[in-house]
Design a protein. Structure first.
Length: 28
């Protein structure tokens, strides 16, 4: 059960990093 939760957290973390990078690139 915990490994599923960790995987979801990892996907959310990567998604946040991706969206943040897109915002930074578009703002330049």
């Amino acid at each position: 059960m915990s490994y599923i939760y960790e995987d979801l957290c990892l996907q959310r973390y990567l998604k946040c990093r991706f969206l943040r990078a897109v915002k930074m690139n578009s703002s330049q």
